[in-house]
Ligand binder design. Sequence first.
Ligand code: SF4
Length: 173
Amino acid sequence: MDLGLEGVAAEEAELLKRNVLFSRHEELKAWARSNSLWPLTFGLACCAIEMIATRGSLFVADRFGFFFRNSPLQADVMIVSGSVTKKMAPILRRLSDQMAEPRWVITMGSCATAGGPYVRSYSVVKGVDQIVPVDVYIPGCPPSPVALIYGFQKLRAKIRAEARRGREVTARG
Ligand code: SF4
């Protein structure tokens, strides 16, 4: 970008180039949000154990910039880990609605993504996207904590890319 530095001494111009950054407000917000995601844990079955392990002392999710919360009022990304029964679907929707915008959803494991081994069951929802929009799908049965961390990196990239493209940063957009 041209900083319009004609007439400025070379040394000062160099200093300005190194220290002055230009960005759009939306991109700045997306950068801050993507580096401080607060996930709402929604563990429903075996995948939840891997999600809990991500928080534990071996992987320590906090050092990657995401901090697990237990309240939708404090969270901006829901991790759905495990099989969602039709009985739980309205509760999942209610918790999602209680989260402030912008909010995002990660499905962890093949059950949450598409019904998994229970796809032919009468009682299991065949994918969380039938209840709320999903931003990142993590495959596996179960996916490892490393896969969840990778999923968060993908979500970060998505938030920043949408801000760059000028779209409102929201999963409901
Ligand atoms: S994807 Fe596999 S590990 Fe995860 S909840 Fe379903 S059956 Fe359990």
